[in-house]
Ligand binder design. Structure first.
Ligand SMILES: *Cc1c(COP(=O)(O)O)cnc(C)c1O
Length: 388
């Protein structure tokens, strides 16, 4: 059996993979088992922040792996503490809980918000969390429940109770919901990534800020995809003058190793106490050393380059008549065309370019440090794919 047949035989049927086996890469270039070269504009769904086998990242990972790969949360280790300190310093948040994935980070945020409300009201009367229609928060039963898309609310019933969904294009509806239902939090995915790279408006965020103050609600921001420099700021909420009470992140944080983080603000920092939450791998020294090396590089200069590259991509796409809409921020962009996105993605892959899709759009999530010459080549292929 070849690898495709073996995969079909032994791997659970949950993924519809493309017919490519990747074996190596360097930066924004990837190589298949057949030796074909690809430019990567997906970075493993916003994970490989500095591309494949980046020297600085690799040095941080190998140095830590050769010293101590894991203890347990029964003991102290330095990388997770230094990473938490850096995350707090850069965001103004107060404490960090480490997990292994986006879904697990969101689970932690939901628990922290409910624990906060339980402490405040003395019961579970305010356990409901409002999330956005079209959002995506993960694959566990609770984060599926938090996900504001009906398509995810089938088969696996019963789902976790206590989630209601607000349409971000309708701020009045949000007001109606929070005035009628006792809630503890509003959870925002500021650019709904899986939902089609759809940003919410400043007007809606202002409404969230107003209502959160009026009804004493926590603001949770899911920065799993939008975080860690992806949109041209460290976290996407920083574009909107928002001060969240809880921030979750994952994907690009450790540049290609599994990590999730829950950042807790002033109000929520003590809502989880010893024994209330935990994770065997959470705060793993290798993952945290990797993340620390990534976060330290997300400075103003790099953020300027992210915006510059974003502008370049948009300028190229604006010249293509078949492009009907470009959405997103920084290097998280969605492209709508009057042509099937699946066809475009397939053409790209055949021609040595990796792009992603989200709903009916092409989704671009290149490494933050993709070199300009590769970006230029990538856009040549993509524009041709859209026009072809
Ligand atoms: C990918 C994603 C998740 C889930 O992250 P996993 O690491 O796959 O559990 C949650 N929220 C958002 C916004 C995401 O993009």
């Amino acid at each position: 059996m070849n690898i495709f047949e073996k995969d079909k035989e032994y791997i659970a049927n949950t993924y519809a993979r493309n017919q490519v086996e990747f074996t190596s890469g360097k930066g924004s270039l990837m190589y298949s088992a057949q030796g074909k070269e690809y430019i990567d504009m997906g970075s493993g769904i916003a994970v490989n922040s500095f591309g494949i086998a980046d020297e600085e990242w690799l040095a941080a990972v190998t140095a830590q792996a050769s010293q101590l790969q894991h203890t347990s949360n029964l003991y102290y280790t330095e990388p997770c503490v230094l990473l938490a300190e850096e995350l707090c310093r850069r965001t103004g948040m107060k404490k960090v809980f480490f997990a292994n994935s986006g879904a697990e980070a969101n689970e932690g945020a939901i628990k922290a918000a409910r624990a906060y409300a339980h402490q405040k009201y003395g019961d579970s009367s305010h356990s409901t969390i409002i999330t956005l229609k079209g959002s995506f928060h993960g694959r566990t039963i609770t984060t599926l429940s938090a996900t504001g898309q009906d398509g995810y609310h089938t088969v696996f019933s019963p789902f976790t109770e206590g989630f209601v969904y607000a349409d971000p294009d309708c701020p009045e509806e949000l007001e109606k919901l929070v005035s009628e239902i006792p809630c503890c939090a509003i959870m925002l995915e500021i650019i709904r990534g899986e939902g089609g790279v759809c940003p919410v408006s400043q007007e809606f965020i202002d409404k969230v800020k107003f209502l959160a103050r009026k009804y004493e609600l926590l603001i949770i921001v899911d920065e799993v995809q939008t975080g860690n420099g992806r949109t041209g700021k460290l976290y996407s909420y920083m574009h909107f003058g928002l001060e969240p009470d809880i921030v979750t992140t994952a994907k690009g944080l450790a540049g290609g190793l599994p990590i999730g983080a829950v950042l807790l603000g002033e109000k929520t920092q003590f809502s989880l106490s010893a024994g209330m939450h935990g994770s065997t791998f959470g705060g793993n020294p290798v993952c945290c050393a990797a993340a620390l090396s990534i976060i330290k590089r997300l400075d103003d200069k790099l953020m300027e380059q992210v915006i510059e590259k974003s502008e370049y991509i948009k300028a190229r796409l604006n010249k293509v008549t078949a492009v009907t809409e470009i959405s997103g921020l920084g290097l998280m962009l969605g492209i709508k065309c009057n042509k099937s996105n699946k066809e475009i993605a397939e053409y790209c892959l055949d021609n040595g370019l990796i792009v992603l899709t989200a709903k009916d759009k092409i989704r671009l999530l290149p490494a933050l440090n993709i070199p300009f010459d590769l970006l230029e080549k990538a856009m040549d292929i993509l524009c041709k794919a859209i026009e072809a």
